[in-house]
Design a protein around this ligand. Structure first.
Ligand code: ZN
Length: 171
């Protein structure tokens, strides 16, 4: 699963991102197969309650403080899914695949994507927005790796609020 799809699902359905951002409704389901890369037979069976549970599970990975805790959370979640490595011959090439029970396919795809991110990239680049009115998650792709906000909108809002606070304390 692409990580931007994972971020979109957690922010769209997660209880805490929706509470903090005052969004009571969940987004339309849309074409989940397209976004996640999962088979349509799997995504067609997904309901809003499934996605809320999924989002809250993955949100925990992002709120786990520090790499050790994140590794432990992902590792623990991997023990809950029925998943095994596999291989297949496709178009004359042997390719890496994996078998998973259809019920676990969404969570397994997300955990494998996070495993890749933590193993192959900087493991510190998972974040939760620090703005007071937001708990959206993000993956920090900035060169310096010091991102603290989910979006420019939140960054600007926090900047404006801190500017107002400074002005009040100066007068
Ligand atoms: Zn934000």
């Amino acid at each position: 699963m692409p990580l931007d799809a994972l971020v979109e699902l957690v922010n769209g359905w997660g209880v805490e991102p929706r509470r903090a951002g005052a969004r009571s409704a969940v987004p339309p389901l849309g074409d989940l197969a397209d976004r996640t890369g999962l088979p349509a037979s799997v995504t067609a069976a997904l309901t809003d309650p499934d996605l809320i549970q999924f989002a809250d599970t993955i949100f925990e990975v992002f709120t786990s403080a520090g790499t050790a805790s994140r590794v432990a959370t992902i590792s623990g979640l991997l023990t809950t899914v029925d998943l095994r490595p596999d291989l297949a011959l496709t178009d004359g090439r042997v390719r890496r695949t994996w078998w998973v029970d259809a019920r676990d396919a969404l969570l397994a795809a997300a955990l494998l994507a996070l495993r890749r991110q933590l193993c192959d990239e900087d493991p510190g680049r998972l974040g939760v927005c620090v703005d007071d009115g937001c708990a959206d998650i993000y993956i920090d792709h900035s060169p310096a790796g010091r991102r603290r906000f989910c979006s420019i909108t939140c960054q600007n809002r926090a900047r404006a609020a801190s500017f107002r606070r400074r002005r009040r304390s100066a007068s």
